[in-house]
Design a protein around this ligand. Structure first.
Ligand code: FAD
Length: 459
């Protein structure tokens, strides 16, 4: 943190837009928030994004997790369900495959996802502005009135009646002065990863070798035979192979090998780099993380080709456009969801989304990962989206009000999208009734979400 400061003169900032609902960040949560708000008739919605990509972490080669509950039923419906169905209809997403470890997996094509996101923005008349970074807030007392953006045009203001913070890092809530938490009890977040894909993998050889030789290829939790079927899967394991590679001098940053099917038969996405302790809200640390992950990935490619059957002739096909961030800041909202709520399958009167995914923790220290399951599914209450102390603001996605461990479950994209839909709808209804999100009638919100097909447990 810099110790030297300078003063800048006060200046006039042009107002480039005035809207009802402003959604900041176009990741899975932000996209759904903008769409849900736009579907409330007469709502003027704007979506802004700092990158030239719509979809956030949905575009870095990851499968959608969290769509099925542990009993095999679909728990994420509504707009996220529509989104996946549209991809599936074009052959750009797979079915939801039940998985003993990750509950369910739905592969998506990153390019198709970006394209569909643009289509939705256009269809719903959402005003989109990319390549702008939300750097500050405009406050009147405790009420947020808009934000400041920075771009090649300079500094500009966007005024909004309600703002939805879907930046993943709680940038808006933090600037507005909402109480925040960061990482675990020691302030260390889950580590980031730079994803990449490999093509030219002999997938049949891989699957048969693993299924035929559990004595050689150790897989975490799932019986090896599961992988024989030519279907969606994530391999987590090969700890023996990592041990052997390390003994031979390879530098592998994680304890277990993780890669998952892509959309092409010979394509696998690798989720193995990690840089512990990186604070992605600090650009110097984010830069360091990108550099280290890039070096790690080169070594991981060498390892996969040497130790994993079927990878002998594989080559790197795509590298994710940015290092994916699992965790930074979270708001302290009107309710803080805990891991105990998850294990108890908690029900809440103000439920706005239902989630069913294990607490999936990439250890903030060391190179391992742990998963802890809830027996069925749990409610996410509206209060987790409402920050304390700041009015006119909602939050959705991986920056909501939860403990570090609870977020390790709800951070995955199914629940993130569902929370986005709830926050966007709530923002639009708050504008419609000229009230604040804190004072919104939750029953009306739930009714509107039900009408959009959102799953609630009394169904
Ligand atoms: C390596 C990795 C592996 C994962 N594996 C899986 C998996 O297999 N399946 C799964 O379902 N989930 C997985 N997750 C979790 C999941 O991807 C994220 O938690 C989820 O994407 C969160 O969605 P979000 O919309 O809250 O945030 P993000 O996806 O991070 O989107 C935030 C968006 O806001 C934009 N933004 C940020 N700040 C600003 C600003 N100040 N101004 C303007 N725009 C801004 C960003 O550019 C981005 O587009 C993984 C995450 C990581 C990092």
């Amino acid at each position: 943190m810099a110790t030297k400061t300078i003063s800048v003169p006060a200046c006039e900032i042009p107002v480039c837009a005035e809207v009802d609902v402003l959604v900041v960040g176009a990741g899975p949560a932000g996209l759904m928030a903008a769409q849900a708000a736009a579907r409330v008739k007469g709502t003027k919605v704007m979506l802004i994004e700092s990158r030239g990509i719509l979809g956030g972490n949905m575009t870095i080669g990851l499968p959608l997790l969290g769509f099925l509950g542990r009993k095999g039923n679909v728990v994420i419906k509504g707009l996220p369900g529509e989104f996946v169905k549209r991809l599936q209809d074009k052959g750009l997403a797979t079915h939801h495959r039940a998985c003993p470890l990750h509950v369910s997996l739905t592969m998506i094509d990153p390019e198709g996802t970006k394209r569909l996101a643009f289509q939705i923005v256009k269809e719903e008349n959402i005003d989109l502005l990319m390549y702008v970074f939300a750097s500050d807030v405009i406050m009147e007392g405790n009420k947020i009135k808009g934000i400041i953006i920075d771009s090649k045009r300079g500094r500009e203001a966007i005024l909004a009646k309600t703002v939805v913070d879907c930046t993943g890092d709680g940038d808006i809530a933090y600037r507005a002065g909402a109480p925040m938490n960061y990482g675990n009890e020691k302030g260390i977040p889950q580590p980031p990863t730079l994803m990449f894909s490999m093509r030219g993998v002999d997938s049949r050889k891989l699957r048969d070798a693993v299924a035929d030789h559990p004595d050689i290829y150790d897989i975490d939790f799932i019986p090896n035979e599961f992988f024989r079927a030519d279907d969606n899967c994530t391999f987590v394991g090969f700890r023996n192979q990592i041990k052997q590679a390390r003994e031979a001098g390879y530098k592998i940053p994680v304890e277990r090998t993780i890669f998952m099917t892509g959309m092409a038969p010979d394509e696998w996405w690798v989720n193995m780099s990690r840089v512990n302790g990186v604070d992605a809200t600090d650009p110097a640390q984010y830069t360091h993380g990108e550099e280290v992950c890039s070096d790690q990935n080169a070594e991981i490619v060498r390892y996969l080709k040497a130790y994993i059957p079927g990878f002998e002739n594989a080559y790197v096909d795509r590298v994710a456009p940015f290092m994916g961030i699992r965790e930074t800041r979270r708001i302290v909202g009107e309710y803080v969801l805990t891991e105990q709520d998850i294990f108890d399958c908690a029900k809440f009167d103000d439920v706005v989304a239902v989630a069913s995914y294990p607490v999936d923790l990439h250890h903030p220290v060391g190179g391992d990962c742990s998963l802890y399951w809830c027996p069925d599914c749990y409610d996410i209450p509206y209060r987790c989206l409402v920050p304390q102390k700041v009015d006119g603001l909602l939050v959705a996605g991986r920056n909501v009000s939860m403990t570090h461990l609870a977020l390790a479950s709800a951070r995955v994209m199914g629940p993130a999208m569902a929370m986005g839909e709830a926050a966007g709808k709530a923002a639009a209804l708050a504008v419609k009734h000229d009230t604040t999100p804190r004072n919104l009638d939750v029953k009306e919100l739930q009714k509107a979400l039900k009408e959009e097909g959102v799953y609630f447990r009394e169904e």
